[in-house]
Design a protein around this ligand. Structure first.
Ligand code: ARG
Length: 462
């Protein structure tokens, strides 16, 4: 068979495709990932066509059986993918005709690759959104478990990466949880717009066959159909939206990564990561590097890049389908793979991290972390806050000079700065006193952390 005849669209052509152009325009090397979605879409389409009496029941059965056999061939690694057949859609269709004969050529009735590919990507993305959702949920449950165990563990809270006030480690972990909770909401929201069906739009204007789009929608589990055929085949906003939420989730993971990297350093020493999440150095025998969080931090860049790629791909495209859109797949696939992999690594790693409670506590103790508590104490004794701030500032300066934390000073030492200070000051200068006093919803008190964990667990279950 000559190259020209080999093409499913070769009818109007008088010479075969340039060899380089053939490879240049082909997408089969990457879009074969959507083989299962393509086959599911075709089975639903054939089922609907038979109900609409466009295909006979025998033709439908032959098509469905042929497609299921092709799926088995692909999964057994026996399918011969051909670049000459351009993409996953034509590879499967050509193989169907090879297997079942002329009936195979009827599958494409009332359909175009334009609505077919748009349907396949949406099905593929929907499947992967569900996988990503379960990794997110696994990570979130892991965070809740760790936060509960560390509800009363004291660590320094930072602003400007300078010790600010003591917080509980559990509270810090719940801040991560909140970021992910919003990411997961965005994912669920994106799924709603992904889960709409382009099939039936055909090439761009719809089809003259008596199709029943509602039936195909139902068979494929879409929530709705796309209501305009031109829009259905052309827009990839759902993929852009996914990349936007993926970039945001990666941004959150990169923030967590950064903290993990800092905390594993000898300078912080707040946590230990199990060896299985780290690697060594080929030259420095003492090294144990936090590779997983470093890589997650680094991979954020590629997902941000994919978002920009897709926005730029879509920008200024006239209606309806343009070949440009074939370029949607690699960025989307890689954004999905990257996010899924990073979430999986985090879900495995986070519950296994070992906090060094002593080092965290010591760091909080050293950094004048209870200075605000002393100011609040003076306010309760009737001193205006600005004056209290000034008094405590002087006490801190004294502490810096004497290399002494506020809690280490004697009562007479403290009283140099204000005669309003009494023995009960030590209740607020302790780290436990400081965190327990922040006892309102959203505050760092151990009691609040435990309540927040319980609320979050109920929300995840519900
Ligand atoms: N491989 C193409 C894509 O990914 C399929 C649609 C092509 N349609 C067409 N008329 N050339 O977008």
């Amino acid at each position: 068979m000559s190259d020209k005849q080999n093409k499913l669209w070769g009818g109007r052509f008088s010479e075969s495709t340039d060899e380089f152009v053939q490879a240049f325009t082909a997408s089969v090397n990457f879009d074969q990932r959507m083989y299962d979605q393509d086959i599911r879409g075709s089975i639903a389409h054939a089922t609907m066509l038979a109900e609409a009496r466009v295909l006979t029941p025998d033709e439908r059965d032959a098509i469905i059986q042929g497609l299921n056999e092709i799926r088995a061939e692909i999964e057994a690694g026996e399918f011969q993918w051909s670049v000459a057949l351009e993409d996953v859609h034509m590879n499967i269709e050509a193989r169907l005709t090879e297997r079942i004969g002329v009936t195979g050529k009827k599958l494409h009735t009332g359909r175009s690759r334009n609505d077919q590919v748009a349907t396949d990507i949406r099905l593929w993305l929907r499947d992967h959104i569900d996988l990503i959702d379960s990794e997110m949920s696994r990570l979130m449950h892991g965070l809740l478990g760790l936060a509960e165990r560390e509800a009363a563990t004291i660590m320094p809270g930072f602003t400007h990466l300078q010790t600010a006030q003591p917080v509980t480690f559990g509270h810090h972990l719940l801040a991560w949880f909140e970021m992910l909770r919003r990411d997961r909401e965005r994912l669920a929201d994106c799924r709603k717009r992904v889960n709409r069906m382009p099939l039936g739009a055909a090439a761009l204007a719809g089809t003259t066959y008596p199709i029943n789009r509602e039936r195909t929608r139902e068979l494929l589990g879409f929530d709705e159909i796309c209501y305009n055929s031109l829009d259905a085949v052309s827009d990839r906003d759902f993929a852009i939206e996914f990349c936007a939420l993926a970039a945001l989730t990666m941004t959150h993971l990169s923030r967590m990564s950064e903290e993990l990297v800092l905390w594993t350093s000898a300078q912080f020493d707040f946590i230990t990561l199990p060896d299985r999440f780290c690697t060594g150095s080929s030259i420095m025998p003492q090294k144990k590097n936090p590779d997983v969080p470093e890589l997650v931090r680094g991979k954020t860049g590629r997902v941000n890049g994919h978002l920009i790629s897709l926005l730029t791909l879509m920008k200024s495209q006239p209606l309806a389908y343009n070949k440009d859109n074939q370029e949607d797949k690699e960025p989307l696939f890689d954004a999905v793979d990257t996010l899924q992999g990073c979430l999986r690594a985090f879900a495995d790693m986070v519950p296994a991290l070992v906090p060094n409670r002593e080092a965290m506590r010591e760091a909080a103790r050293r950094g004048f972390a209870t200075a605000t508590d002393l100011a609040d104490y003076l306010v309760r004794k009737g001193i205006p806050f600005r004056d209290a701030h000034e008094i405590v500032g002087k006490a801190v300066a004294h502490g810096v000079a004497q290399k002494k934390d506020l809690g280490d000073m004697s009562i007479s030492e403290l009283r140099q700065f204000s005669d309003q200070i009494d023995e009960d000051v030590f209740d607020v200068l302790t780290l436990e006193g400081s965190v327990s006093a922040r006892n309102h919803p959203g505050g760092t008190a151990p009691e609040q952390v435990r309540a927040a964990v319980a609320r979050a667990r109920a929300a995840l279950a519900g």
